[in-house]
Ligand binder design. Structure first.
Ligand SMILES: Cc1cc2nc3c(=O)[nH]c(=O)nc-3n(C[C@H](O)[C@H](O)[C@H](O)COP(=O)(O)OP(=O)(O)OC[C@H]3O[C@@H](n4cnc5c(N)ncnc54)[C@H](O)[C@@H]3O)c2cc1C
Length: 480
């Protein structure tokens, strides 16, 4: 029999202590959504069922006990750490869900400078881990813009990526081993080794599961030497995105690994570079880092490649460095942006995809053209590429619209989802991936079967195998 809200709260209080079970009405409303429906939070209009409680766990054992309880009674569990999700992964779509909050599991368990790896609990903010690594002259190499506010559990659960990815990779390249709890309370530990060929790499069942398979409790990631004194910044303006993509491609296929490789179109670039770029300029920029010889050779190699594209005009490297140092978003910036939206009703949203070099420019052009044609009240639409690989790159669409003749709670259906639909359609048509790094969440589930094609069978089977009763984050990744 389905448990009542009161019975769920009472049982959680017995498991965790009353002080760790939050039932404050406003906290519950805020916990029913994430940034996908951020306007509901900004304007205080909530449309989804509030969870029964936010259960704050302090240990793996407590997380296991909550998952065993939820499994027994068929209660939906939404894992959470930093709460910075952008795609609806934190939405509680059914009544009386439990938000399983790991932000209190915030201990750094070790920074091992000899074996170059660090271990921490899921609720450690990435910034805290990075600070601990820096004390020993090391870095995690992971620097998403949400670094001060996102936590290690969520970063692993969403397959996050940071600004230095072209050198260090995404989180999937950094995670060495981990611990996670599966429905029913089964605790699993994947040990920390440099490589293994003992069958499939099961880390990848956990990395990117978005709380739809298990709750991550502990993570071990690689460390790298931190040598900022060797950083070299490079920048150019140019008139064509197509040329910019070609430069990025040549840099990658020639084997260079700058930590940062970015290309902005005039619209998106105008938000950052109007003090030196003309209104119709694209901006191409790089940062080379690492050991002095490597950074120097990387910068020289990029310079030589760009020299073959005479339309690129060099920018003073100091301008690129200054801009770069202000890229990360902390809580103050996020609050200021929310306040701007409340005041102006002008909304800024983003959607990121990936594609091979042959398709990316076509996806960029066709999606942008359709957004401007089909969506009303757009005030800016543009984008940038910020993560490149030998076989392709990502495109991060960045767009603003005014809310006209609709309430904040209608924003997602009137504007945001139709734009996501255009971007997904244009990407899928050309064989790209509809999600480069924010996760599927609930926002992009309508396209998940097309994203996976015949491999959807593997995804569905994983879900049924690990979460047979469907208690983990209903509606996330797998359409509900
Ligand atoms: C201003 C801003 C900038 C951003 N910049 C970037 C960026 O540069 N790169 C990038 O990749 N992303 C970025 N993001 C998106 C977001 O920060 C990442 O997705 C991040 O990884 C989420 O971490 P979190 O701790 O906040 O997770 P949460 O928001 O708490 O959760 C995210 C998802 O993971 C699941 N989850 C959380 N914790 C666990 C756990 N312990 N076990 C299992 N599942 C869990 C949740 O159920 C949810 O589906 C940005 C977001 C914002 C708001």
């Amino acid at each position: 029999m389905e448990l009542s809200r009161e019975a769920i709260v009472e049982s959680l209080q017995q498991i965790l202590g009353a002080e760790n079970v939050d039932t404050d009405e406003h906290v519950l409303q805020q916990s029913s959504i994430d940034n996908f429906r951020k306007l509901e939070n900004i304007f205080g209009v909530y449309t989804l069922p509030a969870p029964a409680a936010v259960a704050r766990v302090g240990s793996t054992e407590e997380a296991a006990a909550v998952l065993a309880f939820a499994e027994k009674h068929g209660i939906n569990v939404v894992p959470r750490t930093g709460g910075t999700a952008t795609e609806g992964g934190l939405e509680t779509v059914v009544a009386n869900s439990i938000v399983l909050d790991g932000s209190g599991m915030n201990q750094i368990l070790g920074v091992d400078a000899y074996n170059m790896q660090a271990t921490c609990q899921c609720g450690v903010p990435l910034q805290a881990l990075e600070d601990a690594a820096r004390e020993q002259g090391l870095t995690t190499g992971h620097s998403p813009q949400s670094k001060p506010v996102a936590h290690m559990g969520g970063l692993v659960a969403t397959r996050s990526i940071g600004q230095f990815s072209t050198l260090y990779g995404g989180i999937e390249d950094m995670v060495v081993g981990l611990e996670a709890v599966f429905p029913g309370g089964e605790v699993t530990r994947i040990k920390n080794v440099p490589r293994r060929a003992a069958g499939p790499d099961i880390r990848h069942v956990v990395i990117g599961n978005e709380g739809a398979l298990c709750f991550i409790t502990e993570v071990t990631v690689k460390l790298f030497p931190y040598l900022p004194e060797n950083n070299v910044f490079l920048g150019w303006t140019l008139k064509s995105m197509k040329t910019g993509f070609e430069v990025l491609r040549e840099v990658m296929v020639n084997g260079y690994h700058p930590s940062v490789a970015r290309l902005y179109d005039p619209g998106d670039g105008g938000l950052h570079f109007s003090h030196f770029a003309e209104a119709d300029d694209c901006v191409l920029l790089f940062m080379a880092e690492g050991a002095a010889g490597i950074a120097k050779a990387t910068a020289e190699g990029i310079d030589a490649i760009v020299a073959n594209h005479p339309e690129c005009r060099k920018v003073d490297s100091g301008l690129i460095e200054t801009w770069f140092n202000d890229l990360v978003w902390d809580a103050t910036k996020i609050t200021a942006e929310d306040e701007r939206i409340r005041r102006t009703r002008n909304v800024n949203r983003t959607t990121e995809i990936s594609a091979d070099w042959s398709s990316v420019n076509d996806i960029y052009e066709s999606a942008l053209k359709r957004i401007l044609l089909e969506i009303p009240d757009i005030t800016m639409a543009g984008g940038h590429s910020s993560h490149s690989y030998i076989n392709g790159t990502n495109m991060y669409f960045n767009y603003f619209y005014d809310l006209v003749d609709c309430g904040p709670e209608e924003e997602v259906t009137k504007y945001y989802l139709p734009i996501i639909a255009i971007i997904c359609e244009e990407t899928l048509r050309r064989g790209g991936s509809i999600v480069h790094h924010h996760g599927i969440g609930k926002a992009r589930t309508p396209w998940v079967k097309d994203e996976y094609g015949s491999s959807y069978h593997i995804l569905e089977t994983l879900k049924h195998a690990f979460d047979p009763n469907g208690i983990m984050n209903k509606g996330t990744i797998i359409p509900g």
